[in-house]
Design a protein around this ligand. Structure first.
Ligand code: 6PG
Ligand code: NI
Length: 192
């Protein structure tokens, strides 16, 4: 991590859908996402065939303090489990009153959001479009394309932290499904 307080700049998107610099890169394979997709039988059937990378993240890390702005690229690959599109796990920030900005560089998708009062929202991702996630809203990126990566740039406050537990337990209120060549946002029957 670059902790030196010196300005820097870099090309955010090279030809391979990765930034010209990063401190950390991680991949989430299908096998690490058990319980995420609604159709469990389809998940097990897919996993029996292969263990593809569903999404990956390139982080430009910064100290975990309020004045810093960690940022990076999120790349959700195209695909589906059953008829549910590939997506990120989704999380609240551990410090709830912290927001996040996403800017879409490539592809098309949705940012699915909900707050702890059970209110949900979805905002479209397409190149050039910014999505603002206000404080207190869980967020999940969904790739609506079946042949193109969804590439977004994110920036959030250094002290935000991540809370995955609440979403692992409750799920999101809505699911985003592939329906006849299009997409549909439907109720999640397992939502608690
Ligand atoms: C964050 C950002 C972003 C996010 C990735 C992967 O707060 O760090 O929202 O970097 O972590 O898009 O999504 P998940 O963290 O939900 O797996
Ligand atoms: Ni976040």
């Amino acid at each position: 991590m670059n902790t030196v307080n010196t300005p820097f700049g870099f090309d955010v998107l090279t030809n391979e859908n990765r930034p010209a610099r990063h401190d950390n890169h991680y991949q989430r394979c299908l096998s690490s996402l058990r319980g995420l997709f609604s159709d469990e039988a389809a998940y097990e059937a897919e996993l029996a065939k292969a263990d593809p990378v569903v999404y990956e993240v390139y982080e430009i890390r910064r100290p975990e303090i309020a004045g810093e702005l960690p940022h990076g690229l999120s790349v959700v690959h195209p695909g589906q489990v059953g008829t549910e599109f590939y997506m990120t796990k989704g999380h609240y920030h551990a410090v709830r009153d912290t927001a996040e900005v996403y800017y879409c560089l490539k592809g098309r998708g949705l940012m699915l959001m909900e707050n702890e009062a059970g209110v949900w929202a979805a905002e479209e991702f397409r190149p050039g479009r910014l999505v603002y996630v206000p404080p207190g809203w869980a967020h999940r990126s969904v790739n609506l394309s079946l042949d193109e990566d969804l590439v977004t740039l994110f920036v959030y406050p250094g002290h935000a932290g991540h809370d995955y537990g609440a979403i692992e337990e409750r799920g999101f209120r809505k699911l985003v499904m592939h329906n006849d060549g299009s997409s549909a946002i439907v109720d999640n029957p397992a939502w608690k």
